[in-house]
Design a protein around this ligand. Structure first.
Ligand code: NDP
Length: 465
């Protein structure tokens, strides 16, 4: 008989969860983002473990926090001056209980093991929610594409893929893009993989349309997040029509969030990058959005340039001495954090709530601190957690994999329709799971529990592996 069975009911779960959390912190020191992501999921799982002691008996929590495999490697490349540069590459293969590892690659100076482990952990639950058969993974490098020439980016991507190609494959692990990895980088990596392996397979998603990519994949995360927000509002008999919306970031997710908000009658009024925030009280319309897309995707410029062309807009430079981000202190109805982790702190959450914000839909991964999340839930703000709200990107990657396997392509309308239906299904699952577990309206619990159950049950079925 295990010692846990000897404990009084009710205490079992608390002790088990805090024991595993202690182990996570001891075994993974100096990885605060990973601890944060695990803590958030574990808080929700208290409700499940009370009903299902079999997960504790099979040590599912200890297993689900331990990556199946971590690959870390040297990435040497030559810059345009002929100097040797060395970066570090990673791939975290977190969990393959329900399908091949799937998750993006991030190229950003801040990338480290802990950040990628948090992202890979989140990805496991997110992919489970999509209803598609995908396990969870994440990878990347501390290489920063900003300010590098196309040739430098190509040489880096080729070197990165030379090692990564040993560990991935269309039935093993299928990476995609993330921060700093868009169509250009996926193209360079796909080319190198094809050359090394002498095979044309769907080993990456987010590919170009002429070589296996899916229509709507670039749009999918932003579109999906707005579809999810619309479902949240619908649950309160409301809609996006006429809503003032704050959007952070100005990359892939932000751009298509703005586009879909415009489609559904919302009025986006902000964007940002690491240099600062632009606020356009007249709203970012389609013409201005096209200008931003050209600035960011072609000229690779900075968001402050927006105010040179659109005179009524103001630019607020990033000020590290401030205790809050001014973007989240602008009066609006809805917030779409779409840049990076922990971009909404408790102070930012207080500002949003004070200004009457009704909805937060997370386009970025873990953009809210644990304190901020709790404040939104307590204030009954409609709160769409990342693993549900931004799952449209990976869901459409799953659709790209399906099209690659079948060697056919679906129309734009067909993919968009499937994406929309998946987002509606994810919202329904989260909403109903939250109710089943006694916390109606709490989509954090709904997403964590809904995502966990499918993976945990598959792990039980497959034995101790
Ligand atoms: P991009 O690289 O296209 O854009 C990222 C944007 O966020 C840029 O404007 C960037 O500004 C800003 N940003 C990044 N890091 C920071 C930072 N530390 N501080 C301030 N601003 C920052 O990335 P994506 O749009 O693809 O990704 C954005 C978020 O969405 C990430 O959290 C990602 O994990 C998540 N996500 C992306 C998916 C996808 O399909 N692409 C899928 C699901 C989630 P700057 O240029 O100055 O760095």
């Amino acid at each position: 008989m295990s010692s846990s069975i000897m404990r009084p009911p009710g205490k079992v779960t608390d002790d088990y969860i805090s024991e595993v959390m202690t182990i996570v912190k001891l075994k993974n020191p100096a990885e605060p983002e990973f601890h944060q992501a695990v803590q958030e999921v574990f808080e929700s799982l208290r409700l499940v473990l009370q009903k299902h002691p079999e997960y504790e008996a099979a040590r599912i929590l200890e297993r689900i926090v331990e990556p199946e495999r971590v690959v870390m490697f040297r990435v040497p490349w030559l810059d345009d001056q002929g100097n040797a540069q060395i970066n570090r590459g990673f791939r975290i293969e977190m969990n393959s209980a329900i399908g091949p590892y799937k998750g993006g690659l991030r190229f950003h100076a801040s990338v480290n093991l802990g950040i990628l482990k948090f992202l890979a952990f989140e990805q496991v639950f997110k992919n489970s929610l999509t209803t598609l058969p995908m396990g969870g993974g994440k990878g990347g490098s501390d290489f920063d594409p900003k300010g590098k020439s196309d040739n430098e980016v190509m040489r880096f991507c080729q070197s990165f893929m030379t090692e990564l190609s040993r560990h991935i494959g269309p039935n093993t692990d299928v990476p995609a893009g993330d921060i700093g990895v868009g169509g250009r980088e996926i193209g360079f990596m796909f080319g190198q993989y094809k050359r090394l392996r002498n095979e044309f397979t769907g080993v990456l998603t987010g590919k170009g349309l002429n070589w296996g990519g899916s229509l709507i994949r670039p749009e999918a995360t932003g579109y999906g997040c707005v579809y999810f927000a619309a479902e949240m509002l619908k649950s309160r008999k409301d809609s996006l029509e006429g809503k003032l919306c704050l959007v952070s970031g100005s990359g892939n997710v932000s751009q298509y969030t703005v586009e879909k908000l415009l489609d559904l009658g919302g009025k986006p009024i902000t964007l940002s990058d690491s240099d600062g925030v632009i606020y356009d009280p007249d709203g970012i319309d389609r013409e201005k959005l096209a200008w931003v897309m050209e600035l960011k995707n072609v000229r690779r410029g900075r968001i402050r340039q927006y105010t040179d062309s659109f005179k009524k807009a103001i630019f607020m430079p990033t000020d590290i001495k401030l205790d809050h981000n001014p973007l989240w202190n602008i009066k609006a109805d809805c917030a779409f954090p779409s840049a990076t982790q922990n971009e909404i702190t408790a102070k930012d959450a207080a500002n949003l709530i004070k200004n009457g914000c009704k909805l937060v839909a997370e386009g970025a991964n873990m953009p809210c601190t644990l304190e901020a999340t709790k404040m939104f839930l307590d204030a009954k703000v409609l709160y769409g957690p990342a693993k549900a709200a931004n799952a449209g990107g990976v869901a459409t990657s799953g659709l790209e994999m399906a099209q690659n396997s079948a060697r056919l392509t679906w129309s734009r309308e067909e993919v968009d329709d499937r994406l929309h239906k998946i987002m509606i299904a994810i919202h329904k699952n989260c909403f109903e799971t939250a109710e089943t577990y006694g916390t109606p309206g709490n989509l954090v619990n709904g997403a964590n529990i809904g995502g966990f159950l499918k993976v945990a049950n598959a792990m039980l079925d497959q034995g101790l592996v």
